[in-house]
Design a binder for this molecule. Structure first.
Ligand code: UD1
Ligand code: UDP
Length: 412
C-alpha cells in the first residue's frame, strides 16, 4: 500500500449545515467526500499519542477488531514513559502500536511540527482510508491537519467539547480538529449543540456516548482499592489529587499557592497524589512533599489509578478524564479550574469547579458529610453505558463501506 491517497472526486457533495446552525457566509459548508469516494477496503488508522488517548481508543479499536475491519494503531510518541504510555497498552488490551513515531516532548510548535512531519510520512506510506483521532491533544490536531491536506477522511472521537477558554491549548486543538473532521463523535448532548452552532453539518455528527466510560465500566471488577492500599501502603481514607494543566503547574507563583492549599487539605486528611511529569519539577520546587500527610507517587497505571479514585473520599484535579471517571464512580470531584469543557459532569455528576482558596473549606464540608452541594448522582449522562465503542464502530463500518451513516442520535 504505497499509492497516494485518493483525492476527492468532482462528485463531492456540499454538506448541509446542521439544523439551527448559524453559518454566515457558508451557504454550502465544506465540500467533503461522498460515500462512493471512500475506499471501502482501505485501512482505518488510529492516531494515539498521550495518556488520555489510550483510554479512549481502547474500546473503539476492540469493537472494530470484532467486526474484522482492517486497522492499525500509530503511536506518535507524544507520551513515552512506561507509566504514561506502555502500561495502558498492557492493561487495556490495546494492540501493540504498528509504529511509534517517537516524537517526544517540545514546545507546541516544535512538537506539532515533528508530529506533522512524522504523520505525513506515515500517511503517504499507508494511504489509509480513514484516520481516527481522539480528544484534544497536540497529536490529535496534527493528525487532523495532515490527513485533511492529504485528502484522507478524519473521524474525531470526543468532538464538540468546549471550555470557551482559548488560553487552553486543548481548546485550540479540539475546535480546529472538529472543523477538519468528516465524522464527529460526541460524548454528550451539549457537544452536539456546540458543533451545530459552529456550522458543522448535522450528518457529520453522532452522539455515541463516552468511550472512556466504556473502558471504566468494562473493568469495574478490577479496581481493587483495598489491594492497592496494601500494596502501596496508603492510608485508610484519603483525598486523591492530580494536577497537570499549564495554568496550574507552569507558573511558580500559582504552584506555590496551590501547594499551600493542598497542605491545608493535608492538615485535615491524607492526600495521595500521582504526579504527572509536567508538574514534577515545579511542585517539588514549591515543597509539595513537605507535609507528613502528602503521599506523592509516580503516575499510576490505569487500573491502579481508578482503584485509587474509587476509594477516595474526594478527588482534587484539573484533568478532563478524571472529571468523567468521578462522575461515574460517584466520588466528589473538586476541579481546580475556572471552567470545564465537560459541564455534564456537574449537571449529571459529582463535579464542582473550585478556586484554590475554596478548596480547604470544601474538603472539610465533604469530611463533615455535606458532599459537594452540586452532586447530581442519580442521573448518569446519556449513553455513558459502556456502548460507545460499539456505536462508533457501527458508524465507521457503515461509513467505510459507503453506506450513509445515520444522523445524530439523542438519548431517550
Ligand atoms: C498533554 C496534553 C494535555 C493532556 C495531557 C494528558 C497537549 C497540548 N497537552 O499534556 O491536553 O491533558 O497530555 O496527560 O497535547 N513528559 C515526560 N514523560 C512523558 C511525557 C511527557 O516526562 O512520557 C514531560 C516532558 O517534560 C514534557 C511535559 O511532560 O515536556 C509535557 O508533555 P506534553 O505531552 O507536551 O504535554 P502534557 O502536559 O503531558
Ligand atoms: N490516569 C492514570 N494514571 C494517573 C493519572 C491518570 O491512569 O496517574 C488516567 C485516568 O484514567 C485519566 C486518564 O489517565 O482519565 C487521562 O488523564 P490525564 O489527566 O493525564 O489527561 P486529561 O484527561 O486531562 O486530558
Amino acid at each position: 500500500m504505497s499509492s497516494a491517497p485518493a483525492a476527492r472526486s468532482g462528485s463531492d457533495r456540499a454538506d448541509r449545515p446542521a439544523e439551527g446552525a448559524e453559518a454566515p457566509g457558508h451557504a454550502a459548508e465544506a465540500v467533503r467526500s461522498a460515500p462512493a469516494d471512500r475506499p471501502g477496503s482501505a485501512e482505518i488508522v488510529h492516531i494515539v499519542g498521550a495518556r488520555p488517548n489510550f483510554v479512549k481508543a481502547a474500546p473503539v479499536v476492540a469493537a472494530l477488531e470484532a467486526r474484522g475491519l482492517r486497522q492499525s494503531v500509530v503511536h506518535t510518541g507524544q507520551h513515552y514513559d512506561d507509566r504514561m504510555s506502555a502500561v495502558f497498552f498492557r492493561e487495556l488490551g490495546l494492540p501493540r502500536p504498528d509504529v511509534d513515531l517517537g516524537v517526544g516532548s517540545g514546545s507546541h510548535a516544535e512538537q506539532t511540527a515533528a508530529l506533522m512531519t512524522g504523520l505525513e510520512r506515515e500517511f503517504i506510506e499507508r494511504s489509509p482510508g480513514l484516520v481516527v483521532v481522539y480528544g484534544d491533544v497536540n497529536s490529535t490536531l496534527a493528525a487532523g491537519m495532515v490527513a485533511a491536506k492529504l485528502h484522507i477522511p478524519v473521524a474525531h472521537v470526543e468532538a464538540g467539547l468546549r471550555s470557551f477558554d482559548w488560553s487552553m491549548p486543548e481548546e485550540v486543538n479540539r475546535r480546529l480538529t472538529d472543523q477538519l473532521a468528516d465524522v464527529c463523535f460526541a460524548t454528550s448532548p451539549e457537544a452536539v449543540g456546540h458543533l451545530a452552532a459552529e456550522g458543522v453539518a448535522v450528518d457529520r455528527v453522532h452522539l455515541v456516548g463516552n468511550p472512556m466510560i466504556d473502558t471504566l465500566l468494562a473493568r469495574l471488577d478490577r479496581f481493587d482499592t483495598a489491594a492497592l492500599r496494601e500494596r502501596l501502603d496508603l492510608p485508610g481514607s484519603y483525598v486523591a489529587a492530580t494536577l497537570h494543566r499549564p495554568a496550574n503547574v507552569d507558573d511558580p507563583e500559582t504552584v506555590a499557592r496551590l501547594v499551600a492549599r493542598l497542605h491545608e487539605v493535608a492538615d485535615q486528611i491524607d492526600v495521595v497524589m500521582p504526579v504527572h511529569p509536567r508538574g514534577r519539577a515545579s511542585l517539588d520546587a514549591a515543597g509539595l512533599a513537605e507535609h507528613p500527610r502528602m503521599h506523592l507517587l509516580e503516575p499510576l497505571g490505569y487500573i491502579d489509578f481508578v482503584a485509587l479514585v474509587r476509594g477516595a473520599t474526594a478527588v482534587v484535579t484539573d484533568s478532563g478524564g478524571v472529571q468523567e471517571e468521578t462522575t461515574m464512580l460517584g466520588v466528589p470531584c473538586l476541579t481546580l479550574r475556572p471552567n470545564t469543557e465537560r459541564p455534564i459532569t456537574i449537571t449529571h455528576g459529582s463535579n464542582r469547579l473550585v478556586t484554590d482558596s475554596e478548596l480547604p473549606g470544601l474538603v472539610s464540608k465533604i469530611l463533615a458529610g455535606a458532599g459537594t452541594d452540586t452532586a447530581a448522582l442519580a442521573a448518569v449522562p446519556p449513553m455513558w453505558d459502556g456502548g460507545a465503542g460499539e456505536r462508533i464502530a457501527t458508524v465507521l463500518a457503515d461509513w467505510t463501506s459507503g453506506v450513509p451513516a445515520p444522523g445524530p442520535r439523542r438519548s431517550a
